[in-house]
Design a protein around this ligand. Structure first.
Ligand SMILES: [Zn+2]
Length: 101
C-alpha cells in the first residue's frame, strides 16, 4: 500500500476518496481522528492520509488527484452554505460538507 495524499482538511481527503472510488480505485483513510479536542496539538503527523490499496494504480490515482487539485476555474462550483470554491468533481463542500443545493 502507498500513501498518495495527506491533507489537513479531512473533507478534501474524503472527497478525493469518493472520486477515486468512482474510478475503480480503492483507497482507505488513516489518521482520521474526529474533529475536536485537538487543542492546538494538531501537527502534520496527525493529518488524515489517503492510502492506495493497489500500488499498481498509483499513477492513475495521482493523475486524478492532480487533475482535481489543479482543476480549471471554470469547472469549479461554489458552496451555497459557506461560499467556498470546490473542485468540479467534489460532491460535497471541502469546507463545510454541504452540497450544491
Ligand atoms: Zn461549504
Amino acid at each position: 500500500m502507498k500513501k498518495i495524499l495527506s491533507n489537513e482538511n479531512r473533507m478534501i481527503v474524503y472527497n478525493l476518496k469518493n472520486v477515486l472510488q468512482g474510478e475503480g480505485i480503492e483507497t482507505h483513510v488513516v489518521n482520521d481522528f474526529a474533529a475536536g479536542g485537538a487543542g492546538g496539538l494538531a501537527t502534520f503527523d496527525t493529518w488524515p492520509e489517503l492510502w492506495l490499496d493497489d500500488d499498481t494504480q498509483q499513477a492513475q490515482a495521482q493523475e486524478i488527484i492532480d487533475g482535481i487539485l489543479h482543476s480549471n476555474e471554470k469547472d469549479s462550483w461554489f458552496c451555497r452554505a459557506c461560499q467556498e470554491k470546490n473542485a468540479s468533481s467534489f460532491k460535497l463542500c471541502w469546507n463545510c460538507g454541504g452540497g450544491y443545493e
